[in-house]
Design a protein around this ligand. Structure first.
Ligand code: Q46
Ligand code: ZN
Ligand code: ZN
Length: 313
């Protein structure tokens, strides 16, 4: 197996490119693919000042590393979600990455700052953990990007993530979600610009990128991801990809090129937004969804007594 570019021994094969690569040319491929996604979708101006949503996993650390290599001024933002040992470890990985490279990592701990954690707060608020978690992260990333005057929020979503979300949206014809499934969401109505520069790389490639760059990322999956249907869609897409290399790429990029326009919302379709009475974030209700979540998650819970033993159950 030889590198397509320099004919040295290759360390990875990429079937959808029908090619093998040595370490140097694979790393260059990852940077070039990211730069191409940024250029093709006009994601960022050269040297833009961006806030990377960092979880300590392979994708967020890879995109942060690649953006620095490509000359962007990238700072990280980490949200402590209070998911037991998983959160402790993810925070450690994010901090170590930033510290070793002299990069700036901003942090918010929702337990300390808002008085709840994802496992307990989601139960009290009667939401699934991923819904409470996603809502909290979106709100806090948006707020941090606006407060810090960043040009955009960057997330590490890769081709597998986007193809799996697209599959779910198409299977159930969630046309409102399809309308928003674009690698760039423009800033509007008090929301910051959001971009996904890793859409041309698979998760196998972002993992290989981290290993070859010596990036120590958190391998463990979040323990609350169990019921996540996107994992099943990823499995289904991987099964298709095994027989038909490039199918995942064609599915997602074909959608963007030939179908996404049909679902784009008109200006009249957007809900009228006001400011949250509590935090000032844009919202279509009196109080934004995050502030409602914080209220429900921190509401005192009734204690049920065991009458016989006269102790809390
Ligand atoms: S961290 Fe949060 Fe993910 Fe865990 S609770 Fe779900 S959304 S699975 S990216
Ligand atoms: Zn090579
Ligand atoms: Zn609010």
């Amino acid at each position: 197996m030889k590198c397509r570019v320099c004919k040295a021994p290759a360390i990875i094969d990429i079937r959808r490119h029908n090619a093998n690569f040595c370490t140097d040319h694979f790393l260059r491929l990852c940077r070039d693919q990211t730069a191409k996604a940024i250029k093709d979708f006009s994601m960022l101006e050269p040297g833009a000042h961006v806030l990377v949503a960092v979880s300590g996993g392979k994708d967020s650390l890879a995109v942060w590393d690649i953006l620095i290599e490509l000359g962007y001024r990238a700072e990280g933002f980490y949200v402590g979600l209070g998911i037991g040992a998983y959160s402790d470890s993810s925070g450690d990985h994010a901090r170590r990455f930033a510290h070793d490279r002299g990069l700036t990592l901003h942090e918010v701990d929702i337990r300390r700052e808002y008085g709840f954690d994802v496992p307990h707060g989601s139960r009290a608020a009667r939401r699934t953990p991923c819904s409470a978690c996603g809502l909290s992260k979106r709100h806090l990333f948006d707020q941090a990007a606006l407060d810090g005057g960043f040009d955009a929020v960057v997330t590490g979503h890769n081709l597998d993530d986007e193809a799996a979300v697209l599959m779910g949206n198409v299977l159930h014809w969630h046309t409102d979600f399809l309308a928003r499934q674009h690698p760039v969401l423009e800033a509007r109505d008090g929301f910051p610009r959001k971009v996904k520069p890793l859409i041309r790389l698979t998760e196998r490639e972002t993992a290989a990128y981290c290993v070859l760059r010596g990036i120590d990322y958190l391998i463990d999956e979040c323990p609350m991801a169990g019921g996540n249907k996107h994992l099943r869609y990823k499995d289904a897409l991987n099964a298709i990809e095994r027989d038909s290399a490039g199918a995942k790429f064609d599915f997602y990029f074909g959608y963007l090129a030939r179908a996404a326009d049909r679902f784009a919302p008109g200006d009249d379709d957007r809900p009228g937004l006001t400011r949250c009475g509590s935090c000032g974030a844009p919202t279509s209700a009196e109080v934004c969804a995050f502030c409602r979540l914080v209220g429900a998650a921190t509401e005192p819970q009734p204690i049920h007594f065991d009458r016989k033993r006269r102790v809390p159950k």
